[in-house]
Design a protein around this ligand. Structure first.
Ligand code: SF4
Length: 141
């Protein structure tokens, strides 16, 4: 919401980029829509893909792709599905919008808006995920 990006110099982001580029080089790459979502690639069947360097399937990855599908639906692009590719796991996970997901996304967006309008953000809570987050320097150093 503040257009702050820490990712350009992140080694982890660079690693993700290298894995992405070397894993799926036959597909068209990185589709940026409205400066809001960045789809890694779309395959010949029109399925959107997100490539993750992680060695495990994580819930936020799934919600990221669900959000992309929801966002495209708001723009009139219906019947979209997604896949998350985990090259290190040699695994692909299919992602759909399921009943109740749209309501959850609306709630998440409302929560984000509420936080963004606070005079001060809620107290930060250091979690395990912070270690691999590209905002780590901004939050904790
Ligand atoms: S470093 Fe932790 S608190 Fe900061 S944005 Fe990342 S996950 Fe959130």
């Amino acid at each position: 919401m503040r257009h702050i990006s820490m990712e350009q110099n992140s080694d982890l982001v660079y690693l993700g980029k290298v894995i992405h580029e070397s894993s799926y080089d036959r597909e068209s790459k990185e589709i940026d829509i409205d400066d809001t979502i960045k789809i890694d690639f779309v395959d010949k069947e029109g399925v959107i893909h997100e490539v993750k360097k992680s060695k495990k399937v994580e819930e936020p990855n799934i919600w990221q792709v669900k959000y992309y599908i929801w966002y495209l639906k708001q723009k009139g692009v219906g019947d979209i599905t997604g896949k998350i590719n985990y090259p290190k796991l040699r695994k692909t996970l299919e992602v759909f919008l399921e009943p109740g997901d749209e309501e959850k996304i609306m709630t998440m967006l409302e929560d984000i808006k509420t936080i963004s309008q606070m005079d001060l953000p809620p107290a930060a809570e250091k979690k395990k995920i912070c270690r691999s987050c590209s905002y780590n320097d901004l939050c904790w150093i």
